[in-house]
Design a protein around this ligand. Structure first.
Ligand code: CMC
Length: 430
């Protein structure tokens, strides 16, 4: 809170209210509007929360105008270059980078919780083989509440941290199990001598008939992608987790809700949608036609992987991922015509007046699918990769909410339906 006040006056009633200005450690000043309904008798209207902060948070800072993203104060570029996913996970959960002994203990905790109850594998086998993996993930993660609910004392910070670690540890195991069910492969168990990303790739791709050695290139690329996707402050899925958490729901239920929110093509589902779009465009010659479609208000087509609610500049994650995509393709000694297509599409859009004027730039999802594809991840699993990484952000925000709870999330509405009317019995209706 600052000493600054903004006075909001209602000329018709002659009433006014002083609105305190909150200033975070960084970012824009924010008006606290809590007093408005009580003092002036109005609610405030902000569909899609485009102008409303729903909480205070110490986890992630974004300056969308400047294209800045920091986790707990550390620039994403530095973390991407020098850290590892699990170190970033520790940072997001605890607020500080770990000392060596703390890091060892954390790695140990995450490794210790990688297995899932065998009945969960039976549950997964109940899905049809071609169920979308995000639908399976939402169902299976929600069902964790049925396995761990009784033992979770939500008032105990240590129990809450344990639930958070369990979720980070089990998510790759569940993701791989969903994929293997689709492929018709037998269950693969976590090999705890491997690191987090190696273990995940091993669970995804190893088959009993052959030796499987995890590619270093793949493990490094996944670690980087997981770091970049780990948190992004109050995005739709994280806000969902916080909202569900505000009801006191079990954390597994909160994360299952986050997975559902992430699945949409306007959010994490965009990485799958980008690849579908690139395939649909097909060749560089078709780019102008699709750019025109994206600009046409009467055409629902949008450039997937472009635009962002917060960034009005290049998404810093997109440029890191674009460079990584080049590196991965080079190291694998392959090329992908979709990469050439994506780069050309980016160039055309960035020079187009429509995209310049609306400040639409490539976002995190624009190039990530090209890396996943090069590393053998099928399109339907792209958003699951996002979910594995974002689980860290979801549980970090859930923990923060539990430590410093907001009231139950309960927005108001502007009712625009019929005024009161009298019920007409069926026999008297025309
Ligand atoms: N292609 C064409 N036009 C666009 C696009 C796009 N990708 N994105 C926004 N616009 C236009 C939009 O039509 C609107 O035009 P007008 O002012 O004339 O009505 C204007 O730009 C503002 O768009 P908006 O939808 O009001 O902006 P928003 O902040 O509500 O939406 C967004 C942000 C990410 C949902 C949107 O940019 C979009 O749909 N992008 C494509 C999907 C995508 O890549 N999503 C991933 C987001 S980043 C990762 C994540 O969140 O998981």
């Amino acid at each position: 809170m600052t000493d600054k006040r903004v006075i909001l006056s209602d000329e018709s009633s002659g009433k006014s209210v002083e609105l305190p200005v909150i200033q975070g450690s960084e970012g824009e000043p924010t008006l606290s509007i809590k007093g408005v309904p009580g003092e002036l008798g109005y609610f405030t209207y902000d569909p899609g929360f485009t102008a409303t902060a729903s909480c205070t948070s110490t986890i992630t800072f974004i300056d969308g105008g400047k294209g800045i993203l920091r986790y707990r104060g550390y620039p994403i570029e530095q973390l991407a270059e020098q850290s590892t996913f699990l170190e970033v996970a520790y940072l997001l959960l605890n607020g500080e980078l770990p000392a060596a002994a703390e890091y060892d203990e954390f790695l140990n905790d995450i490794t210790y919780h990688t297995m899932v109850h065998e009945k969960l594998n039976t549950f997964i086998k109940g899905f049809h083989y071609d169920a979308h993996p995000m639908a399976m993930m939402a169902g299976v993660v929600g069902s964790l509440a049925a396995f761990y609910h009784e033992k979770l004392d939500m008032k105990d910070p240590a129990a809450r941290m344990l639930a958070a670690k369990r979720m980070i540890a089990k998510m790759p195991t569940i993701a791989a199990a969903c994929y293997r069910h689709h492929m018709g492969w037998p269950t693969s168990y976590p090999l705890n001598r491997l690191g987090f990303t190696e273990r995940f790739l091993h669970m995804m791709f190893s088959v009993p008939a052959e030796e499987y050695e995890v590619s270093e290139v793949a493990a490094r690329a996944f670690d980087l992608l997981f770091i970049l996707h780990a948190d992004h402050e109050q995005n739709a899925s994280t806000s969902t987790v916080r909202l569900v958490g505000s009801t006191g729901a079990n954390p597994y239920a909160c994360v299952a809700a986050g997975i559902s929110a992430l699945w949409g093509p306007a959010h994490g589902g965009a990485n799958e949608a980008v690849l579908n779009m690139l395939e649909q465009i097909g060749s560089v010659a078709n780019i102008p036609k699709f750019v025109e479609k994206a600009k046409d208000r009467d055409d629902p087509f949008r450039l997937m992987g472009f635009g962002h609610r917060v960034y009005r500049n290049y998404d810093p994650r997109a440029s890191i991922i674009r460079d990584a995509a080049h590196e991965v393709l080079n190291e694998l000694g392959t090329s992908d015509p979709l990469m050439e297509l994506a780069m050309e599409l980016e160039q055309v859009a960035l020079k187009d007046e429509y995209f310049i004027e609306k400040k639409l730039y490539p976002n995190v999802d624009f190039y990530s699918g090209i890396i996943y594809k090069a590393l053998g991840i099928p399109k339907s699993m792209f958003t699951v990769m996002f979910a594995i990484a974002r689980t860290v952000g979801w549980v970090a925000h859930w923990l923060e909410h539990c430590d410093n709870p907001t009231p139950i999330g309960r927005p108001r509405q502007v009712y625009s339906g019929p005024a009161e009317r009298k019920y007409v019995p069926l026999s008297q209706r025309d």
